[in-house]
Ligand binder design. Structure first.
Ligand code: TRP
Length: 449
């Protein structure tokens, strides 16, 4: 693997965890989880989501980590090196498609966070009055401003990417993710004082099993993959920068636990507020941005809290989009032999076009729907509910059935230095449980079973 000798590696154990958590924790947890849970009946969704995170997500994450570090390559190189002559690397194209689709709508929502952040700093987002909060929200989603913020967000993302992998990302996420976590805990405590607390928590935590249907299952599966940055080789690419000392199984577990904790905290913050203020939990993608102003209105110094919160949310989005962009950049660089600069610009240009379409789909393009979905929702549905689980299915099938078992074990035990006792269990999951469960959920959602 001499060609890869000059690849950068993350320089500490903490950095490996911090960066993968930085990729995993983002709008997926704080914006997407509550809205998906709200649309899909709360508790029923929650229980499916948690089951998928640990029964499917963690094994697939171990598989991605092992493939990435074993080959020190992006998803294409990884499949090629591990299965020469086989076409598994086609799943890399799926990953690129998904990453660009996600980047498009993600940038729009990240743009909303900048708008809210700037408006809070300047006092325009006046939390003394929830009506003004709502007014701001309408401007946010229907005017020309989201378009501008999307462009600005993508520009910032591109700037960071041009500075290279280890420097920018590591530094930012190391300090800021813990801070975000603390802030979320503070808001969470505040939630317990709201009048709709009991109702909100019941909605989120008491599952009504009769509500579990194909759309809840597919939604929860997609959310688990989205939130853990799984299925398109993102974690594979990151693991290719891990050192030999990083313990993959442990890192996978820690990443998943922290990631789901952030999602649950977000749920505990949002749903009591939803019920206190009489908003419908089924509002969809705009739910969180509609509810947060109400929460901040209740707090003394609402503007300060909101500035800090949206700033951190913006930074959390940035660490996620950086990781997403890395997929197509690595492809253009390593497969198409472009310079890093050119690759970065190309990936930014494609996501800019997608981003503009998504930004407009709340306003001028809102009547333009395909299968009843606006562009924004379509991009989200296609990538999260279809591409990611499909990529995960291929990855688990591949590692379970075809990848050299010794190599897999070597990665998971750090060359025999640590025992990885649940190895047979992991293999069983990768071989049978993960591919079969994903396949059955797909069949179920197209109405075959
Ligand atoms: N997991 C991130 C979030 O929750 C989003 C994300 C980053 C992602 N990289 C990804 C999703 C790769 C899917 C694939 O916000």
């Amino acid at each position: 693997m001499s060609e890869n000798n000059n690849r950068a590696v993350f320089n500490s154990k903490f950095a490996a965890i911090a960066t993968t958590v930085g990729s995993a924790v983002g709008l997926g947890n704080i914006w997407r989880f509550p809205y998906e849970a709200g649309v899909h009946g709360g508790g029923a969704f929650m229980i499916c989501y948690m089951a998928f995170v640990f029964l499917i997500g963690v094994p697939v994450l171990c598989a991605e980590y092992s493939m990435g570090r074993a080959t020190r390559s992006n998803i294409f190189g990884a499949y090629r090196k591990l299965a020469p002559g086989k076409r598994f690397y086609y799943s890399g194209y799926l990953g690129i498609l998904a990453s660009l689709l996600i980047l498009s709508f993600y940038s729009v929502v990240a743009g909303w966070t900048i708008e809210y952040c700037i408006a809070s700093v300047s006092g325009q987002l006046d939390f003394s009055n929830s009506e003004i909060g709502h007014y701001q929200f309408m401007i946010l989603t229907t005017g020309w401003r989201p378009v501008v913020w999307t462009i600005i967000f993508l520009a910032i993302n591109t700037y960071i990417l041009l500075r290279g992998v280890t420097k920018g990302i590591e530094r930012a996420s190391n300090i800021l993710m813990p801070l975000l976590f603390i802030l979320l805990i503070a808001f969470c405590i505040n939630s317990f004082t709201l009048s709709g607390c009991r109702e909100g928590l019941t909605f989120l935590f008491s599952p009504d099993f009769s509500k579990i249907n194909s759309s809840v299952l597919l939604g929860a599966l997609g959310q688990a993959f989205f939130s853990m940055s799984l299925g398109l080789g993102c974690m594979m690419t990151y693991a290719s920068y891990f050192t030999k000392e990083t313990r993959l199984g442990r890192t996978a577990l820690i990443t998943s636990i922290l990631d789901s904790m952030v999602a649950i905290l977000a749920g505990v913050i949002i749903f009591p507020a939803v019920f206190s203020f009489g908003i419908s939990p089924e509002a969809g993608p705009t739910l969180v941005f509609e509810v947060l102003p109400y929460i901040f209105t209740q707090l003394p110094g609402g503007n300060i809290w909101s500035t800090l919160f949206f700033l951190l949310l913006f930074l959390a989005s940035l660490t996620s989009t950086v990781s997403m962009s890395e997929i197509s950049i690595a492809f253009f660089c390593e497969e198409k032999k472009m310079t890093r600069k050119k690759a970065t610009m190309l990936s930014a240009a494609i996501s800019l076009i997608g981003g503009l379409i998504c930004a407009l789909s709340f306003g001028p393009l809102s009547d333009f729907t395909i299968f009843g979905l606006t562009f924004f929702n379509l991009f989200d549905y296609l990538s999260s509910n279809i591409c990611l689980p499909l990529g995960g299915m291929i990855c688990s099938f591949f590692t379970g059935w075809l990848m050299d078992r010794k190599l897999l074990k070597k990665e998971l035990t750090n060359n025999g230095r640590y025992a990885f006792r649940i190895f047979p269990v992991l293999i069983f999951f990768l071989k049978w449980i993960c591919p079969a469960a994903i396949f059955l959920i797909f069949l179920n959602s197209i109405g075959i079973i």
